[in-house]
Design a protein around this ligand. Structure first.
Ligand code: UDX
Ligand code: UDX
Length: 493
């Protein structure tokens, strides 16, 4: 009886709950931009303002030419076209957006710390903290704060502590709502998510806040796909999901090395094991190594957390996933050098692809830059073609890496000045120019267009023997062999 009474009270409370009409998001990046665009598209009754301290980024989001949006994602420009200046706004006026919003998403970047305590392992929360302080300063009425950024477990309570210290008579509820979209498929992932996860405190106000956010997503996501938990389960689930996904890639990559020695074919092995419904077919694609802003960072975060709580065996278990990934990138670079008669000095190696996966212009932690760096240490001349990554980005990645080399198989090597990098690395707008007179081609990203190239023509214009190292196994090995290429695929003898 009592149980029903409680249920009824909650139900009534949620029924009377304030309808959300104004949302803001701090951080107009790969997560904040697309996520808010889809919320605005699906909830025309909600005004959505995305703010960012980077003026150029906001100007790009507001560019009349939708091909100039700062982020490339299939389907994104169509969504922005529908909602922008209807109920979706991009602005640099952070205070105004905070003041007017009922729900504030924090979607700023949380890179691995490069200094001080936890250097190279822990997430740097300085941007999240800045956001919390800004909200505390500006807010004049109750707010729901939503952590979208991937953050270490227990960040919500840190944010709450900052917010509580304002001395104002304002209630702040902090929710964790991790984003599971993958780049390259962000818009379809947002339209049709496997699940939405919302964590909040389990008291009355916390549950009310959770229901407010459920109400927003429920405009297009069925209620049974929206999971609600306590805040720490939600935070830890994000790290765990990425650790599991990355672990599958490292596991199949470990097997790829064994395949090359034994004569097994990693694709056949992946297919055979993936057909077991308990294992499943996804995330079993052997590659030159995973990249992206999340996998490595989140595992390092998990490892840091385990060590912090004195669980060194658990930490070591997950660390191995990152080590295996470093090994795979290194193995690929070393194989290129060994195959080209133990030196690539002065040789032209063409990289097809630079992004960390296809259908994105994001290059964070891309395997391409680590492979390039290793070849540059051996004085290779690298020519790059990527359909979506700009020349400036490629140079910026390589320059950054000079002073931030981390990894278990990475030799520190010489630090190259940008001018030196520019002498050795050329970026092309056309794949046929990029591959002309090359000693070897290395495929680093699985862009679809690479499969459709005129490979006979490319072969004709290369130096012989013409080597091709396919780090994504997207080319037809037999066909290319017939053309004359000396071809290496991952995990195939
Ligand atoms: C997201 C998540 O937030 C991150 O935790 C996750 O690990 C990766 O995905 P993402 O959207 O990819 O980050 O980051 P990014 O594209 O760098 O965008 C963050 C934006 O926040 C930038 O545009 C930056 O200018 C902005 N920012 C950062 C602010 O507006 N204010 C700040 O204080 C810090
Ligand atoms: C990942 C998670 O998938 C997503 O849920 C989370 O929100 C953010 O982190 P993302 O990094 O954008 O998304 O892309 P993902 O498709 O997971 O790929 C990550 C890396 O793993 C890429 O470099 C990709 O090429 C590589 N990968 C993926 C493989 O090498 N093999 C595979 O089978 C799958």
């Amino acid at each position: 009886m009592e149980f029903f009474a409680v249920k009824k009270i909650k139900h009534l409370k949620y029924k009377q709950m304030k309808k959300i009409t104004n949302i803001c998001c701090i951080g107009a990046g790969y997560v904040g931009g697309p996520t808010m665009a889809v919320i605005a598209e699906k909830c025309p009754h909600i005004k959505v303002t995305v703010v960012d301290m980077n003026e150029k980024r906001i100007a790009d989001w507001n560019d009349a030419n939708l091909d100039k949006l700062p982020i490339y994602e299939p389907g994104l420009k169509e969504v922005v076209e529908v909602a922008r200046n209807r109920n979706l706004f991009f602005s640099t006026d952070v205070d105004d957006a905070i003041r007017n919003a009922e729900i504030i998403f924090i979607s700023v970047n949380t890179p691995t710390k490069t200094y001080g305590v936890g250097k190279g392992m822990a997430a740097d929360l300085k941007f999240v903290e800045l956001c919390a302080r800004q909200i505390a300063k500006v807010a004049e009425n109750d707010k729901i704060i939503v952590e979208k950024s991937t953050i270490p477990v227990r960040t919500a309570s840190a944010i709450h502590t900052i917010l509580k210290a304002t001395g104002k008579d304002v209630d702040f509820q902090v929710l964790s709502n991790p984003e599971f979209l993958a780049e390259g498929t962000a818009v379809s992932d947002l339209h049709n998510p496997d699940r939405i996860l919302i964590g909040g405190s389990q008291d009355e106000k916390g549950l009310e806040a959770i229901e407010c956010l459920v109400g927003v997503y429920n405009n297009w996501v069925p209620r049974d796909r929206i999971i609600t938990t306590n805040v720490w389960s939600s935070e830890l689930s994000k790290l765990t999901a990425n650790a599991f996904l990355a672990q599958r890639v490292s596991s199949i990559n470990a097997i790829s090395a064994l395949c090359e020695k034994t004569g097994a074919n990693v694709e056949e092995v992946a297919n055979a094991i993936g057909r077991d419904s308990r294992i499943g077919a996804k995330f079993l694609k052997s590659s030159v190594g995973f990249g992206g802003s999340c996998f490595q960072k989140d595992i390092l975060n998990l490892v840091y957390l385990c060590n912090y709580f004195n669980l060194p065996d658990v930490a070591e278990y997950w660390m191995q996933v990152v080590k295996m990934n470093d090994y795979q990138k290194h193995r690929f670079a070393k194989n290129i050098i060994n195959t080209l008669f133990n030196t690539v000095s002065g040789k032209k190696i063409t990289f097809l692809g630079w992004a960390f996966k296809k259908d994105t212009n994001d290059t964070r932690e891309t395997a391409a830059m680590y492979v390039a760096d290793e070849l540059l240490q051996d004085k290779a001349e690298i020519h790059v073609y990527d359909p979506k990554v700009s020349e400036e980005q490629i140079y910026a990645d390589l320059e950054y890496l000079q002073t931030h080399r981390v990894g278990h198989f990475v030799e520190q090597g010489d630090v190259m000045e940008l001018s030196e990098i520019k002498k050795l690395v050329k970026v092309h707008k056309n794949p046929y120019d990029a591959t002309k007179n090359a000693h070897a081609i290395a495929i680093l990203t699985e862009w679809n267009e690479f499969k459709a190239y005129d490979w006979e023509n490319i072969y004709k214009n290369m130096l012989k023997p013409a080597f091709l190292f396919d780090g994504r196994n997207i080319t037809d090995k037999n066909n290319l062999n017939e053309i004359g290429f000396e071809i290496y695929h991952i995990g195939k003898a």
